[in-house]
Design a binder for this molecule. Structure first.
Ligand code: EPZ
Length: 452
């Protein structure tokens, strides 16, 4: 039996104080990958020391990148000076979906890359068709051999006009990186507009790339011969910011969230202010005050590419909606499997009906009670932490490696704002798992099409 770490949480407490946000995991992962585009040293500051980031640092080291750090202060130096390996290690690449972003820089630098189909997870199948379509458009050959892809462009990549049939964050980032060293100009149409994409483009430009239009649906990249060195300070993690804001709101607490970028979360502030939560935004901090006694008003949520409501905040928002007075529909438009986790929330006492894999109806307020739960992925894991803080009694959350993938020193930061949470290591995993719960009769598809 593998060592299973758990969080033990006693809920029902009002939280208060200040929590500090870290660097954005989904920005840092891409800048680490992009270091393969240059033969000069890159310094990255404010790196979040979370599992996914530490794994990708290991991955680039295994490819031949010289790595100094990361230090405890989140600083790391990456230097891809010599030859790099162009075959991604299957075991590590399958563990980290984000490893797919490495294929662009390696292909651009080496003219060849081979990699396994990256793992999916409970949130969805996670296809890579837009990556392969983009590589072919840029003149590469794509072959599939024994569950691995081999992409070759021995004469180097050439600029292309590429339309994304679906908006893909890592697809946009990976092809943008590859295009920086292609011969000629590349245009990416229907590109992702997430702040992490713009942050990556700005840094690549600081290293000598020629990218424009980032942050809009059309990005233009003029290929250059080489990229230089530079220093990247990781942008604040907007999903961590939103997770803590929803935690404050769901527990009727007052929490100051520091070192964040409030302007990245307009869709969330709209939901919280509609509910009656006080949201005071400043330059790099936001105060969330939900200590009023008035009932919280629910609002329907539809997840959407940026600047719409972030799919990564859907799970924490569903827990918040269980504490609102009334009913709300949550429509998860991005991933087909990203509502499965709600089955376990029902077992904690939530009143949720699944209309189809993309839509649930949440009825509140519901009294939640502690129980043993397994964390299926990063964001559902954080949702269960929030649910445990709301619930009466004790909750054990298993498989918290998933939470450590995206949230650094979570229990330390939560204890500082008054949460009763501790980390223990044990061997027993819970009997219940989300998938078995999904078949649970009490969670059958209701087929209800009520007006919301
Ligand atoms: C990124 O994943 C994030 N991960 C995810 O965060 C985030 O949920 C997602 O963007 C959406 O915002 C990282 O940045 C490492 P997509 P990504 O490609 O790029 C479909 C977290 O918790 N699609 O934008 O993999 C896909 O199936 C993680 O931090 C194709 O059809 O997501 C999905 O339905 C979870 N073909 C939609 O596009 C493709 O080739 C959006 O996916 C690629 C994607």
């Amino acid at each position: 039996m593998t060592q299973d770490q758990q969080f033990i949480i006693r809920g029902g407490r009002i939280l208060s104080g200040t929590v500090r946000v870290g660097g954005a995991k989904n920005a840092a992962l891409k800048v680490i990958a992009a270091s393969l585009l240059s033969k000069e040293p890159w310094r990255i500051e404010r790196l979040p020391l979370v599992e996914d980031v530490l794994r990708v640092v290991e991955l680039v080291r295994s490819l031949g990148v010289a790595v100094s750090g990361p230090q405890v202060d989140g600083t790391v130096i990456l230097h891809a000076e010599g030859e790099v390996v162009s075959d991604l290690d299957t075991e590590i690449a399958k563990r980290i979906r984000a490893s797919i972003v490495l294929t662009g820089p390696i292909l651009a630098r080496q003219g060849r890359v081979s990699f396994p189909h990256p793992g999916g997870c409970v949130i969805g199948e996670r296809p890579i068709d837009v990556f392969l379509k983009g590589y072919r458009a840029m003149g590469a050959e794509v072959a599939e051999e024994n569950d691995r892809y081999v992409v070759t462009a021995l004469g180097g990549l050439r600029g292309a006009d590429i339309f994304f049939p679906v908006v893909s964050v890592t697809g946009t980032e990976t092809l943008m990186m590859a295009a920086t060293l292609a011969k000629g100009t590349t245009v990416l149409r229907n590109a992702a507009m997430e702040p992490e994409v713009a942050s990556l483009a700005d840094f690549l430009n600081a290293c000598g790339a020629r990218i424009s239009g980032h942050g809009t649906p059309t990005i233009r990249i003029e290929g250059v011969d080489a990229l230089g060195g530079g220093t990247y300070r990781t942008m604040p993690d907007r999903i961590e910011t939103g997770s803590f804001a929803l935690m404050a709101a769901a527990t009727r607490s007052k929490i100051a969230i520091e070192a964040c970028e409030p302007s990245h979360l307009d869709a969330l502030w709209d939901l919280l202010q509609y509910a009656g939560v006080l949201v005071e935004k400043r330059e790099q901090s936001v105060l969330i005050d939900a200590t009023g006694s008035a009932p919280l008003a629910p609002k329907n949520i539809t997840t959407h590419e940026y600047p719409g409501f972030a799919t990564d905040l859907q799970a924490p928002a569903v827990v918040f909606l269980t504490q609102c007075s009334g009913a709300a529909r949550v429509h998860e438009t991005i991933f087909e499997g990203r509502l499965q986790w709600t089955g376990d929330l029902v077992r904690m006492g939530a009143s949720i009906e699944m209309a189809d894999p993309h839509r649930v109806f949440v009825h509140g307020p519901a009294s939640l009670r502690g129980r043993s739960i397994k964390s299926p992925d990063i964001r559902a894991g954080m949702a269960f932490v929030i649910a445990a803080l709301v619930a009466e009694g004790e909750t054990t959350i298993h498989n918290i490696y998933q939470i450590d993938r995206g949230y650094e020193k979570l229990e330390e930061r939560l204890r500082r704002i008054g949460a009763d949470i501790r980390r223990v290591t044990g061997n027993q995993e819970p009997v219940i798992s989300t998938s078995s719960v999904a078949d649970d009769a009490s969670y059958a598809l209701s087929g209800r099409t009520g007006k919301f």
